[in-house]
Structures are given as structure tokens and as C-alpha cells.
Design a protein around this ligand. Structure first.
Ligand code: SF4
Ligand code: SF4
Length: 439
């Protein structure tokens, strides 16, 4: 890897004084100071495709140290060199072999997912598999050795034919996976199922039957103080707040502030019924984003699906979050039989509040998603794009049953719709239009 990079860089020696870029090799990786990386890119005068190639290569093969943020105590001439082997060996485990490309995901490489009673690699469910529990957890410290043992087991399996639980997951990506300075950088907090709603489709609280009191929520503050103290948690971590309803947790504010001050960025998955001033402030400072599952376009459907008459309150809160930072709010709709006819009213709420991103998903634990729901998702995407909205696909129901090809089917319907309508906006579009187009 080092050799290839050096050959590539050397072939541009006429354009740059390569030796002056202070590239340091260590443990098979290249460390490159970020300011020199920018210098390298700007001095190469590459064609566009060559720049893309080199940047991709650098991103996967090179540890780039950012002197500007100086979180690593780095200076121009003296910066801490990260040694993955030493770190893993301190827990009695050899690090995985990362000399070649292999399929993996951000969760396998640096994830930690807090779910009731245990830790998992990722929060995702893939039918017939999914990732195993890492270790039991009921607060406080946990065994890093157990976590790394399973992480290595999954990586090694993925390098040799595939880890069963992940085999069908569309989030697997084959590329060079560089070692990381910190053991954990992608965190999901879904360690409880307490919520102020009881949505029909909720998989965290099936039929509202497992509703627990607020006092049942364990504290994670001591755990994160320990992870920070020991430098196991990345200063650039991404924290996904789920649950249950994350904002209802009495520890939400203090843990959120603690992690944000440490450097983490948060993604808060909320039902939008409670406004958090701390979250608003973090959104203004680009340190957090919020995903609000309104799942309806009208009060009537909202009441049926969510079980409470809080539609107006949620819409008001959406307005406040959007005003804080319209680029940091995602409005989400889980499309099901009860709301499938409301994708356009849903987009109207997004448009009215100048929201730039929406997401759709389908119900989890659904072995087959009907063509009508697929077509409604395609309509949402089609009409959203026409309105200049970035339409994203959720990572829960759409990946649950890979054999149902949900994402591919939505793309097919979307392509059919685009070809038929030549990408003209049609706010009266119906799923029956797609049925007709198919015949
Ligand atoms: S199931 Fe998917 S998201 Fe979860 S660890 Fe495996 S590949 Fe990653
Ligand atoms: S808001 Fe979320 S956690 Fe609460 S009941 Fe609805 S789906 Fe479940």
C-alpha cells in the first residue's frame, strides 16, 4: 500500500517537492499532516478523475492528521504517532490485518450500540442475522477485551467469505479500512424503551405493552466519563440518540452537553413532541442534527398512528428546529397502510418549513412490503426531488429483509415515474398512476 502510494506520488515529482511534504511511514501506514495533504492536492494539477482517485486513495490508505484542530497534541515537528498494534495488544489481542480491501461498515470498525441489557455492534436488524451481542451491560464499565474479540471475529469472517449476521446487509462496503486512533467513534444510545407515545408500528415498544417508567433508565454518564478518561472514545464521535424517546430521558441534557463539549456530534432521533433548548443550541452550532418521525401529513393519520393528539405541537416544534438550522433537520415518514396516501401532505409540511432533507422508511419485521407502499415511497422521492428536497432512505425497515429488495424496487418505481413524467412536478400524483404505467 505504501509502495503504491509512493509510486503514485513520485510520478508527480516534477510538480511538487515531494520530500518537503513530511510524509512519515509507520506500521505500514502513511501519516500525512493535513496542511501538507492540501498542499499535495493543490500542487499536483491533476485532471479531475485523477484527483478523485488520489483523494479516495489517500482517504483509505493514509492517516491524515489535522494540525488545525490539534486534538492529538500535534505540532509541525512533533506529533503523536498512533500505533494500533500497541493499542489492541494492550487488551491481549492482535489487531486485524488491514493490508487489503475487505467488506465492513462504520459499526464494525468503531461502533458501539447500547441496547437494553447489552452492547451490540450496530443497532440494525437484518432478517436472518444481524450482529451479535458484544457483552452484557447494566451500566458502569464493560469489558473492552470482549468487545474487541468480537470485532476482530467479525472483521476476520468478513475477510474470509463473510460474517453470517452481516452477509446480506446493504451497508457493507468493500474498501481499505484504516486503523483508528480511538476504539469507538460511532455510538448508538438505545438502552431503554421508555417513550411518551405508543405508536402502532413501534418495534421498541411493541403495542405499547412494554412501557416502562422513567426511573427504569440506567445512567450512562459514568460509562462515558470512563470512555473519555481512558481515551477510548473518539473526540470526533457521532452519537445516535434513540430509544424510546431520547429527550424524555432525565440524563439527556447533561450527557448531551458532556459529549458535545468533548467534541462529539449528535444525531437525535425523536418523535418531536418535546423541544430541547440544548439540542436547538447545538444545531445552531452545527454540532447536532435532529430526525423527527412525524409519519403523517395530517392530524387524523397522526392521531391514529401515534395514539396521541399532538400533531400541532409536533408541527410547531418542527418549525423551531428548522429555524435553528434548516440543514440539520430531517423529517421522516415510515410509510405504512395507514399513511401511504399522505406522502404529498408530508412533503408539504417539509416544504412549508423550508426543510432541506426528508427520509422515508418502511415497517420493520415485514417479510414482504406491498408494491403500493413501494410506489408511495417512489412518489415521495420523485416529488421531493422535484421540490428541491434531498430525499434519503432510512436504514431500518428498508434493510430488514434483503430478499424483498425494497431499495431496488423503490428505485425501479422511481425510474418508471421519472421516465413517464419527465421529471415534472405533479402534486396530485397517485400510486395508481404507477400501476397504470406498468400495464
Ligand atoms: S448488520 Fe450491517 S450495519 Fe450492522 S454491523 Fe453488520 S454490516 Fe454493519
Ligand atoms: S415515538 Fe418512537 S419509540 Fe416512541 S412509541 Fe413511537 S416509534 Fe416507539
Amino acid at each position: 500500500m505504501v509502495k503504491t502510494f509512493k509510486n503514485l506520488a513520485k510520478s508527480y515529482l516534477n510538480y511538487i517537492k515531494f520530500a518537503a511534504l513530511k510524509i512519515i511511514e509507520r506500521n505500514g501506514y502513511v501519516l500525512l499532516l493535513k496542511n501538507h495533504y492540501s498542499e499535495l492536492c493543490s500542487k499536483l494539477y491533476l485532471y479531475e478523475d485523477e484527483t478523485v482517485y488520489l483523494k479516495n486513495y489517500l482517504n483509505s490508505a493514509v492517516k491524515i492528521i489535522d494540525l488545525n484542530c490539534n486534538r492529538y497534541g500535534a505540532t509541525e515537528n512533533n506529533f503523536e504517532i498512533f500505533d494500533e498494534a500497541k493499542q489492541w495488544k494492550s487488551f491481549g489481542i492482535e489487531p486485524p490485518n488491514r493490508s487489503e480491501e475487505y467488506p465492513s461498515c462504520r459499526w464494525i470498525e468503531g461502533g458501539l450500540s447500547f441496547v437494553p441489557d447489552k452492547l451490540r455492534v450496530c443497532p440494525n436488524c437484518v432478517e436472518g442475522g444481524g450482529t451479535p451481542g458484544l457483552t452484557k451491560f447494566s451500566g458502569g464499565h464493560f469489558s473492552i477485551r470482549e468487545v474487541l474479540t468480537i470485532r476482530k471475529l467479525i472483521i476476520t469472517a468478513n475477510q474470509n467469505g463473510g460474517f453470517n449476521g452481516c452477509k446480506k446487509c446493504p451497508l457493507l462496503l468493500k474498501k481499505m479500512w484504516a486503523p483508528k486512533k480511538f476504539l469507538f467513534d460511532t455510538i448508538c444510545l438505545a438502552h431503554y424503551t421508555v417513550c411518551n407515545l405508543a405508536c402502532e408500528y413501534c418495534y421498541a415498544i411493541p403495542e405499547g405493552k412494554q412501557k416502562l417508567p422513567l426511573s427504569s433508565i440506567i445512567s450512562l454518564k459514568p460509562t462515558f466519563e470512563w470512555l473519555v478518561e481512558e481515551k477510548y472514545l473518539s473526540t470526533e464521535s457521532v452519537i445516535l440518540w434513540g430509544g424510546g424517546e431520547p429527550i424524555i430521558n432525565k440524563e439527556f441534557e447533561s450527557l448531551f452537553i458532556f459529549l458535545t463539549r468533548y467534541g462529539a456530534t449528535s444525531e437525535v432521533y425523536t418523535n418531536g413532541t418535546i423541544l430541547s433548548k440544548t439540542l436547538l443550541e447545538a444545531m445552531i452550532n452545527n454540532k447536532a442534527s435532529v430526525m423527527i418521525s412525524i409519519d403523517a401529513g395530517t392530524k387524523e393519520s397522526f392521531n391514529i398512528i401515534k395514539g396521541k393528539n399532538l400533531f400541532e405541537k409536533v408541527v410547531k416544534n418542527i418549525d423551531k428546529y428548522a429555524k435553528a438550522n434548516k440543514y440539520k433537520i430531517i423529517l421522516k415518514m415510515i410509510i405504512c397502510d395507514k399513511n401511504k396516501h399522505e406522502v404529498i401532505p408530508f412533503l408539504n409540511i417539509a416544504e412549508k418549513n423550508d426543510i432541506r432533507i426528508v427520509a422515508y422508511d418502511v415497517l420493520t419485521y415485514n417479510n414482504h412490503v406491498s408494491q403500493e407502499i413501494i410506489d408511495c415511497a417512489a412518489i415521495l422521492k420523485y416529488e421531493g426531488i422535484k421540490r428541491g428536497i434531498d430525499v434519503r432512505v432510512g436504514e431500518v425497515g428498508t434493510i430488514y429483509n434483503p430478499n424483498d429488495n425494497i431499495r431496488q424496487r423503490v428505485e425501479q418505481s422511481f425510474n418508471l415515474l421519472s421516465g413517464r413524467n419527465r421529471l415534472e412536478s405533479n402534486p396530485n400524483i397517485q400510486s395508481t398512476d404507477l400501476t397504470e404505467a406498468r400495464t
